[in-house]
Design a protein around this ligand. Structure first.
Ligand SMILES: O=c1[nH]c(=O)c2nc[nH]c2[nH]1
Ligand SMILES: [Zn+2]
Length: 439
């Protein structure tokens, strides 16, 4: 291997999860290539051999000292435009919340200046919080969605972006005609694909069954198949929503069956929430190898309910974590980790089964590699396996502004837990996506 392929070596504490979800803490070295890929992941003792093999220069070695390296977070469900009202309007349950706050705000994204302003800020804010991959909903507006994709590319985040589709049961100021929507979706898909940016992809995005007619869902299923792209939507988040879907589709065998009928439930599908999925629907998810985005902050904030995460996992369902800004009030995946752990404890209070609790190690996995797998991106990101892109955060537990302190007798695992539960973006010093420093 020629020497110019090696860009940099990080030496120090490297924390991630293995493919099977095992928590790993390595005192080691991580080699990054000039293309931003991971060249090697070795124990520190190998530094001498590696130095000789790659003719490493001193200035190529970055000693992390007491800082540590973690994979960037993967937010599998976030609404870019809703960043505008994040932290407000959490007094209503889903359907009323959509009507009173969400649709009026999203409808304003016909304004390109507003789109530039809000989309720029949500990308900056999530990157600052260590989210290197985000799966975004935009709005129904084609131009604003294009602006969103341009900004993501410019700022260097890895992302899936969907122009939202909705042609029924929507206010007259925020609704599309079916064929117009399908045409504009196709234009958006082509627009993003033609950028040939290997970090950003389009994703087919029916808002949810109540706002999408059968013709719309059928057309979107066909677009996803034609362009071989991913699909995202919402499912079984709220009891009234589930009842509504039943009344709209009385002949179908459940909410998941409606998506399935229109080709929207497959191994590139990620559905947010899934709190009220029946056993039969979980089985259908399993058969289709579809994923669930667990959004605990939103589930609490909109009083939707508590997902029985471990039940999905025991049934072999792929799961990622999502902030669901702004049903969720935090853009941070560390908040999501904490709320997922709390949600699992709430489940355990009911079931009395200690195995229903989520460990911090597992929560960290779902916020990184688990999310990448749920989005079909695990060959590229999610941990520090050789050959993947270097999507990472350098974390410092020692910044003076931090929300916690480290004491002399704290070991690495304790320091990591302090960061995970009590830390925040002040501890995230640098963020990289495919080797490019984006923060
Ligand atoms: O949390 C949610 N946020 C939304 O914007 C939405 N739309 C449909 N269902 C939804 N759930
Ligand atoms: Zn959502």
């Amino acid at each position: 291997m020629s020497t110019n392929q090696l860009q940099k070596i990080y030496k120090g504490t490297i924390i991630d999860s293995s493919k099977n979800g095992t928590f790993r803490l390595l005192k080691g070295i991580l080699g990054i290539s000039t293309e931003g890929k991971i060249l090697f992941r070795e124990k520190e003792e190998e530094l001498g051999n590696i130095t000789a093999k790659y003719n490493v220069q001193k200035e190529q070695i970055d000693d992390l000292e007491r800082n540590f390296l973690i994979p960037g977070f993967v937010d599998t469900h976030i609404h870019g435009p809703q960043y505008k009202f994040m932290g407000t309007g959490l007094d209503l349950p889903l359907l009323k919340w959509l009507e009173k706050y969400t649709f009026p705000t999203e409808s304003k994204f016909s304004n390109e200046d507003l789109a530039k302003n809000v989309y720029g800020k949500v990308i900056d804010q999530t990157l600052k919080n260590g989210t290197t991959t985000a799966c975004y909903f935009a709005t129904i507006h084609l131009t604003a969605s294009k602006i969103f994709s341009d900004l993501v590319i410019q700022k260097g985040q890895r992302a899936l972006i969907g122009k939202v589709s909705m042609d029924r049961n929507s206010p007259d100021f925020y609704v599309e005609k079916t064929q117009d929507s399908l045409d504009q979706n196709e234009e958006f898909i082509k627009y993003v694909k033609e950028k040939k940016n290997d970090l950003v992809e389009p994703i087919v995005t029916p808002r949810f069954v109540p706002t999408c007619s059968p013709q719309m869902m059928k057309g979107l299923g066909e677009l996803a198949a034609k362009y071989n792209i991913a699909i995202q939507s919402h499912i079984s988040e709220n009891v009234n929503e589930v009842e509504w879907v039943k009344s709209l589709h009385p002949d179908e065998d459940g909410y998941a069956a409606v998506y399935d009928k229109y080709g929207l439930l497959n191994n590139r599908t990620i559905m947010a929430h899934g709190i009220y999925l029946t056993d039969k629907e979980i089985e259908l998810f399993k058969q289709r190898n579809a994923a669930v985005a667990h959004c605990p902050n939103s589930n609490f904030s909109l009083s939707s309910g508590v997902l029985h995460l471990k039940k999905l996992l025991r049934n072999g369902i792929k799961v990622g974590f999502g902030t669901d800004v702004s049903g969720g009030y935090s853009p941070s995946m560390m908040d999501c980790i904490r709320q997922a752990i709390i949600a699992s404890k709430a489940t355990m209070f009911n079931t009395k089964n200690p195995d229903d609790e989520l460990s911090y190690q597992d929560a960290f996995y779902f916020a990184t590699l688990g999310g990448a797998s749920a989005l079909g991106l695990d060959s590229k990101t999610g941990n520090f396996d050789v050959g993947k892109d270097f999507d990472a955060c350098i974390v410092s537990p020692f910044v003076s502004s931090a929300n916690f302190h480290v004491f002399d007798d704290d070991d690495d695992i304790e320091i990591f837990q302090k960061f995970l539960f009590s830390g925040d973006d002040r501890n995230i010093l640098k963020v990289f996506v495919k080797g490019r420093q984006v923060i």
